[in-house]
Ligand binder design. Sequence first.
Ligand code: PGA
Length: 250
Amino acid sequence: MSRPYYIAGNWKMHKTRAEAAELARALVEGLKDGKHRYLVAPGFTLIETVAPILKGTNIRLGAQNCAPEEQGAHTGEVSVLQLKELGVQTIILGHSERRHVYSEDDALINRKVKLALAHGFEVILCVGEQLHEREGGIAEGICEGQTTKGLDGVAPGDLERVVIAYEPVWAIGTGKTATPEDADAIHASIRRVVGKLYGEAAGERMIIQYGGSVKGDNAARLMAKANIDGALVGGASLKAETFAPIAKFA
Ligand code: PGA
């Protein structure tokens, strides 16, 4: 079963509009002959600036979060309807910073996943264990649980618009990466869970990205692993010179 490689850049809370436009233009140029699937997810206020630059290119437009409701009295939140209007195609949900800094739990993330899918978005569902969970030997179980709860109630027909990103929390922004072998083992267990829930073929089709200090010099080794289908990149996605080598890994 051959799955496409999918490399996504999560810009987090970085960049002004001028900087975002410059980076987006550089990526369009740098990745135009790239062979994989690509996405960038700018902060909300940058989306309108970046959207026309990416339009018609091989780079998808993502958002980093959305509200669990379509509209209403939700001060400070951003709706799927507002994201759709700007041309957003994909929404990253359950990022560890949402889970651990902003206390989002699996039930809330699951509501967002279902709402985003109902509105036709692709979803990147992030899962990952914290350091004490890895040291306690429960990393697999944590990721399996987050996967199962994140997908609860997702119809089989919608699953093709779901991508899973395995991001061990201790590897995000720390310069520490999981070894390719450790990451691959978790990816395999996530794939088994998807297979159990939706059938083996669905598990085989699921694109599972790795995230956590992915850089140009470790990307190829990670993606050489059978179950690693791409990357969700934070720090190294903020410059075209550091993102392009990952996106065009050989
Ligand atoms: P990092 O972030 O590449 O800076 O570790 C990854 C992420 O949080 O998606």
